[in-house]
Structure formats: structure tokens, C-alpha cells
Design a protein around this ligand. Structure first.
Ligand code: PEP
Length: 279
């Protein structure tokens, strides 16, 4: 589901209602049996997904199991990576078309671990984004600085080289994940103020390259040691449109607790009320 642009008929102004996204990045964790038992438990703990878009990204080999476990629900399944060619002599690679055909709707692109351990660059990220979009997938593209310095220049370069060359139409389908590397798996999360400031910076780049409407609509989610006990203050920031969650997404109870925060969250309620008033 994409964010929607609603028109206030009384004033003829436009207001973006960004549906929150909460993604689970399982990385290199869980076999088939563990995937099945996660879904069995998770489904029993979360009964209403209408308040946010839930995307679970297991390892490739678990995707078929996850897709069938998510049947009859609104849980989306995503991959953690793709290759930009559709077929050919590329041993070990998986294309966007294959991922789409396996039942996925989303794919993570440019995660910092891919950049750090597998040599991904802004240039390959851009190629992967284009391939994902051509395959009909929603990319969750990750950007973020490795240390708490040069934040502005790192984000500017990652945005300019890896994302900005997309057309406005392509860009409209993206989700951006701001993931400061110093916070990933580190147990120390960015403060809500630090995260919101980085999100504002990114949204500013979107405004500059693609205009205010694109900036209003794009969902920018935060990732880096998000857990049920620190998520509430982050989600209270208007700039933060959801989370990409690593460690805390492996446990059905803690991931369900995160999803359920959106169910009771006032911001979601007001968004939904606002949407009712406007349409
Ligand atoms: C991630 O890897 O995308 C991530 C945010 O991990 P963690 O939540 O464990 O920091």
C-alpha cells in the first residue's frame, strides 16, 4: 500500500497521509521450521494490520514458507537483496523478477551490511532500485552514516548518487530507511531528535530534487536498535514514518509488540480521521 495524497475539498490544499511501515529484516537468521513457528505465533498476537504496512524480509530460502504463512493476512513479504540482471551467468544471484514471482512485494536495497561486506556502492544501489521497480517490487532503500560525523555529507552523497537519478514516477514507489550504522545491532538507538533531524535532511533533498509533493509523500522509516521499549518516543516524531527492525524482529512477541504500538498510536488515529474528513 502506498501513501496517499488527499485533497481537502474545502481548501483545495493537498495533504500527504503517510501510512506507517514496519519492516522486519531477519538477515541470516531462521530456517524453515523457525519461519513457520514465527508466523504461527506472530499471527496470533497481531490481529489488525490496518494501521501500518507490515513487511517481513526473511532469507531467500524461507520466502516460499513465509508467503504461504502470510496468506489471508495483509502481511507483506520482502527479500533482503536482489541482482539487477534478470537472467544470465551470474552464479548465486537472484533477480527482481524471480523475487516478485515468489510472492514478494518488497525488497531491501543497499543495507549497510551489503555495502560493508559485499561491496555495494551508490551506483549498484541505483541499478538494483531500477531493477526492483521494473520487477514491480517496492524497494526499501537504506542510507545512513557510519559515525556520528559528516552526517550531512554522507546522506547527501548517498541520496544524490543512489536515489536522485530515479524519475519522479519511480521515486514515488520507494520507501527510504534511514539507518545510522552506529546504531545498527549496537543496542544504542538514535535519539528521536537525532533521527528526526536526519529524516528532515533527507526530505529536504527530496524537495530539492523532486519537489514538495514527492517529499510530502515519501515514507522515511528509521532503523537502528529499535525495540518495543524505545519505539514509542521515536514514532512520536512526525518525521518518522515507521521502522526497519533487525534484532527485535526475530522474536514474534517483540515484533508483534512493535506492530501493536501502531494500533494504539494517536498519530495513526489522527491520520485515519484526517483521511475520513478529507475524502
Ligand atoms: C537492520 O539491520 O536493518 C537493523 C535495523 O538492525 P537492528 O534493529 O538489529 O539494529
Amino acid at each position: 500500500m502506498n501513501s496517499s495524497l488527499l485533497v481537502n475539498k474545502a481548501t483545495n490544499t493537498q495533504s500527504a497521509i503517510r501510512l506507517p511501515v514496519i519492516g522486519a529484516n531477519w538477515k541470516l537468521h531462521k530456517d524453515l521450521a523457525e519461519t513457520e513457528s514465527f508466523f504461527e505465533k506472530f499471527r496470533s498476537l497481531v490481529d489488525d494490520f490496518g494501521y501500518c504496512e507490515v513487511v517481513i524480509c526473511p532469507p531467500f530460502l524461507d520466502i516460499a514458507t513465509a508467503v504461504s504463512a502470510a496468506e489471508q493476512t495483509t502481511i507483506h513479504i520482502g527479500a533482503q537483496n536482489l541482482y539487477w540482471e534478470n537472467d544470465g551467468a551470474f552464479t548465486g544471484e537472484v533477480s527482481g523478477e524471480m523475487i516478485k514471482a515468489s510472492g514478494c512485494s518488497h525488497v531491501i536495497v543497499g543495507h549497510s551490511e551489503r555495502r560493508r561486506y559485499f561491496g555495494e556502492t551508490d551506483e549498484t544501489v541505483l541499478k538494483k532500485l531500477v531493477a526492483a521497480l521494473e520487477a514491480g517490487l517496492t524497494p526499501i532503500v537504506c542510507i545512513g552514516e557510519s559515525e556520528r560525523k559528516n552526517v550531512e555529507s554522507v546522506l547527501e552523497k548517498q541520496f544524490r548518487c543512489g536515489i536522485a537519478p530515479l524519475s519522479a514516477e519511480q521515486f514515488a514507489k520507494l520507501i527510504i530507511a534511514y539507518e545510522p550504522i552506529w546504531a545498527i545491532g549496537a543496542g544504542k538507538t538514535a535519539t528521536p531528535e537525532i533521527a528526526a533531524a536526519a529524516h528532515r535532511l533527507i526530505r529536504g533533498h527530496v524537495t530539492k530534487h523532486l519537489g514538495a509533493q514527492a517529499a510530502n509523500q515519501v515514507r522515511i522509516i528509521y532503523g537502528g536498535s529499535v525495540k518495543p521499549d524505545n519505539a514509542q518516543s521515536l514514532m512520536a516524531q512526525e518525521e518518522i514514518d515507521g521502522f526497519l527492525v533487525g534484532g527485535a524482529s526475530l522474536d514474534a512477541v517483540s515484533f508483534a509488540a512493535l506492530v501493536n504500538l501502531y494500533k494504539s498510536e494517536e498519530k495513526s488515529e489522527s491520520r485515519i480521521n484526517q483521511s475520513c474528513n478529507y475524502v
